[in-house]
Write a protein that binds this ligand. Sequence first.
Ligand SMILES: Cc1cc2nc3c(=O)[nH]c(=O)nc-3n(C[C@H](O)[C@H](O)[C@H](O)COP(=O)(O)O)c2cc1C
Length: 213
Amino acid sequence: MKVLMLNGSPHEHGCTDRALEEIAKALGENGVDSEIVWIGRQPVGGCVACNACDKLGRCAFGDKDGVNEFRAKAVEADGFVFGAPVHYGRAGASLLGFMDRLFYSNGRAGQPNAFAYKPAAAVTSARRAGTTSALADIEKYFTISQMPIVSSRYWNMVHGSSAEQAEQDAEGLWTMRQLGRNMAWLLKCIEAGRAAGVGLPEGEAGTWTNFVR
Ligand SMILES: Cc1cc2nc3c(=O)[nH]c(=O)nc-3n(C[C@H](O)[C@H](O)[C@H](O)COP(=O)(O)O)c2cc1C
């Protein structure tokens, strides 16, 4: 079992990474592998609605900034953690741009759905304010993608301006450790259910209504 994490901060080893490392440690102690992918420092754009992914099965711009590479890893992963610093009271724009294109291009042109029915968690860091709003920004991708959300004993946030300051946030790191344990527990429950013959829920063709008549 493997959890794929994305550090959506421009700091490779900043506060968000410190939080993700704590989750990774707890996952490892509970027999679950993990990998942290760093989004990097290059500008990351949002979706330009070109719909090229409908034909390509991947984002037309995603080979440049890691979106397509992350999606390939995501197909193999069992669970996810997406983390970002708070920028201007919401999740940093790089992470949101990355996730817009990652989720919009997912499962198109006959490619497998990398996310449905796989548990996910959001994590955020801030000097002071905007964390709960940033968590909600990230969780929206999960709730439109049939992904069970993993929670912890408090909202998944650390505070600080550097990894050293986040290190002093004892309650924040406690929350991250519990998140890792909860993720490991849910993954094991899903695996046990699968082994006992519990299949995925049935889908249906459905109808697209762009507005209600
Ligand atoms: C452009 C920008 C905007 C920011 N806006 C906020 C904010 O609204 N609230 C806040 O508490 N911190 C804000 N910060 C501080 C970061 O959220 C905080 O330092 C965070 O913990 C850094 O995490 P990182 O080391 O993973 O990048 C901002 C930082 C930047 C660069």
